[in-house]
Write a protein that binds this ligand. Structure first.
Ligand code: SAJ
Length: 425
């Protein structure tokens, strides 16, 4: 078993540190935030993830996980820091990767291994991280190992996927790749695949998320076309997918989260060949506007209307609101009244109410309050609770019986029987 220092205790670093400790490694979970470390030491987790709290408690109880605001020398340094996205110009903000490199360099000893897990534009490990680590005076490859092993876990199922997903590992040389594989071998039950070099591993991660984004964009475009023909897109997609070589994803209110809407742009950081991928981003980003259009088609002017948005998490059964389609829709609805075709400001702003059982925020209200006097309710996250909604629970409270189901969670026929107009995407 090895000594490991995990840099960054966020969505990925925290469960990874706990996983390594629960597999007998001696782990330091390092984060620069004193507040976070103090909170985690009490067993409170800041990431809403099923099972994580107990998993962390087990690691802390074992004595194999030490949480610290100080990075420590270790045989393995695993970097799990955020790589935020700057919109102008569209590029990765690598500040935290750089800080991690600067932190590790003075701690680095011969034969130590540095692994970058954060999602980064291709070339980052060799061009950004490696030079910073060379400040240690040690030679990369021969004196210390350096590799990229992208995280691939799905929020909401992180602990299972950390253990069972296949992993991709690419090092700056064979020795680096093998050293990194040894660490993952100690807890991963999926297969560990290696790439010819480190940049390929970075690239693979990005094309996985980009593939999903493009596929969803296809589904969203199909949904819009289907509606023009009076065809239910979800039924059509389900039937299309019976073909052994067709696997279309589901349409919705747009693509949220911290990965799919961002990673395609990382691909474009040093390539100007994005075409289909950029178009897909436009389609997915345009879905909020499409929902506004559909509402306008039903309600006429939106000025002075009250719209309830059910779901401001970026997807079902999680509380994460990063790049949330529901919040984007709220923004578009509020912005929509300034348009002349909507009567401008004279008709009054759109009154948007937000409801989400997974998000704890002052702006969020309970279901009953959200739908009271609403001209329409729009489901924008496939939380289990919304799938269980009944017309009886909301119908009498609403000003109009109009529901927009962008996630296909409702039994439309039952709602139509109760006098609702149901718009589906
Ligand atoms: N969505 C659709 N239609 C679908 C599937 C998803 O509209 O058929 C939407 C969701 O509602 C959500 C967004 O896409 O708004 C992203 O959700 P997701 O569940 O597809 O993915 P994430 O962002 O939670 O996690 C992804 C995963 N990547 C892939 O599946 C290729 C995960 O495995 C990665 O580890 C994660 O990105 C990451 O960290 O990169």
């Amino acid at each position: 078993m090895s000594t490991v220092c995990v840099h960054g205790l966020g969505y990925i670093g925290l469960p990874t540190a706990a996983m390594l400790a629960n597999h007998d490694h001696s782990v330091v979970g390092y984060d620069t935030s004193e507040e976070l470390i103090a909170q985690l030491r009490t067993g409170e987790v800041h990431v809403e993830e099923p099972g994580l709290r107990a998993f962390l408690a087990r690691a802390l109880d074992s004595g194999d996980l030490d949480l610290s605001t100080e990075a420590k020398p270790a045989e393995y340094h695993v970097i799990c820091v955020p790589t935020p996205f700057r919109t102008r110009p569209k590029e990765a903000d690598l500040r935290f990767v750089e800080e991690a490199g600067e932190t590790i360099a003075p701690l680095l000893r011969p034969d130590d291994v540095v692994i970058l897990e954060s999602t980064v534009p291709p070339g980052t490990t060799t061009d950004t991280l490696k030079p910073l680590l060379e400040a240690s005076g040690l030679a990369p490859g021969t004196e210390f190992a350096l590799a990229h092993c992208p995280e691939t876990v799905l929020p909401g199922n992180v602990i299972t996927e950390l253990k069972h997903n296949d992993r991709i590992v690419g090092g700056i040389d064979r020795r680096s790749t093998d050293a990194a594989v040894r660490l993952y071998d100690s807890f991963v039950e999926g297969a560990i695949h290696t790439t010819a070099d480190v940049t390929t591993a970075e690239f693979v991660k990005l094309i996985q998320n980009t593939f999903r984004d493009v596929n969803i964009a296809f589904a969203n475009e199909v949904a819009k076309i289907a509606d023009d023909y009076g065809v239910d897109s979800r039924e059509a997609i389900e039937r299309a997918n019976v073909h052994p070589r067709v696997e279309i994803l589901q349409p919705g209110p747009g693509v949220g989260g911290h990965c799919l809407p961002i990673d395609p742009w990382f691909l474009g950081q040093r390539s100007d060949r994005l075409d289909l991928i950029e178009a897909a981003r436009r389609v997915n980003d345009g879905m909020a506007n499409y929902v506004v259009e559909r509402l306008r088609g039903e309600l006429g002017s939106l000025s002075g209307s009250r719209i309830a948005i059910l779901g401001i998490a970026y997807k079902g059964n999680v509380g994460d609101t990063r790049e949330s389609p529901g919040l984007k829709l709220a923004h578009e609805l509020r912005a929509s009244v300034s348009r002349p075709e909507d009567g401008g400001a004279e008709g009054g702003a759109v009154d948007v109410t937000l409801c989400d059982p997974y998000v704890h925020d002052d702006a969020v209200v309970g279901l009953e309050e959200a739908v009271t006097d609403a001209d329409a309710a729009v489901i924008t996250a496939d939380h289990d609770e919304f799938g269980e909604l009944t017309p009886r629970r909301v119908g009498d409270r609403m000003a109009r019986r109009l529901i927009v189901d962008t996630k296909g969670v409702l039994d439309a026929d039952a709602w139509i029987e109760s006098g609702f107009t149901v718009l589906r995407i």
